[in-house]
Ligand binder design. Structure first.
Ligand code: ADP
Ligand code: ZN
Length: 224
């Protein structure tokens, strides 16, 4: 993979974006930039900024565009992302954010946008059983808990249900996804940057599918 890989992973809440984005970042040796993780870290730090973000997050609402764009701009201006590229997870989530991202990036914006596709019935089930490490963000589920049910296998942190994984917040986030984020699929398709990957099945298989789809598209781009 050439340096400067700039990818976006799109998908509904619970599609597996976070899990897969971490693996892709490792595979392509680029930083994983998750706006959700950035906001959760701000909440844990107890800063004023974190307190504000928390009100939106717990209600399942989006953090205002200008705030999110500021955070992403700051993160992408750091050396690792500037030199090696990045995998964006959870951003952009609105057309406004996608336009802002294009402006932030030199030479033509992101290379490729992956839509990780999973039907709503499936994500609803996954979200209700999702558990997460408060320290490192590793995802677990009721079906696949860590070996000590409340302790993260990776870092020993506490494993809990996310504050925004309540039924009403989940419903609201999916509604916002349809309204604000789903239009990005057509938006990136028009720019010929979209690739759709089936997110159903064993996580390792999904990872393999993603890597295959990305390599195919990026290679095609390089050969053209
Ligand atoms: P999910 O995809 O399950 O909602 P994330 O971890 O990506 O979880 O995000 C958690 C919350 O952080 C969102 O519900 C929202 O409040 C806020 N957030 C994250 N990314 C964005 C974004 N790009 N724009 C607005 N709000 C965001
Ligand atoms: Zn952990």
């Amino acid at each position: 993979m050439v340096p400067g890989t700039r990818l976006v992973v799109l998908g509904k809440q619970g599609a597996g974006k976070g899990t897969q984005a971490v693996r892709l970042a490792r595979h392509y040796a680029v930083p994983h930039v998750s706006t959700g993780d950035i906001f959760r870290a701000a909440v844990r730090s107890g800063s004023e900024f974190g307190k504000k973000a928390r009100e939106f997050m717990d209600a399942g609402e989006l953090v205002p565009d200008d705030v999110v764009v500021g955070v992403v701009q700051e993160r992408l201006s750091q050396n690792d992302a500037r030199l090696r590229g990045f995998i964006l997870d959870g951003f952009p989530r609105t057309v406004f954010q996608a336009e802002a991202l294009d402006e932030l990036l030199p030479n033509g914006g992101v290379e490729l946008v992956i839509d990780l596709e999973v039907p709503t019935e499936v994500v609803l089930k996954r979200l209700a059983s999702r558990r997460v490490c408060v320290e490192c963000g590793t995802n677990y589920s009721i079906e696949k808990p860590p070996s000590d049910p409340e302790k993260c296998d990776v870092c020993g942190g506490k494993v809990v249900q996310r504050e925004d994984d309540t039924v009403s917040a989940i419903r609201r986030r999916l509604e916002l996804y349809e309204e604000q984020t789903a239009p990005l699929i057509a938006w990136y398709m028009r720019k010929d940057k979209l690739v759709t990957v089936d997110g159903i099945g064993d996580p390792d298989k999904v990872t393999a599918r993603l890597i295959r789809a990305i390599d195919l598209r990026l290679r095609r781009g390089a050969d053209a």
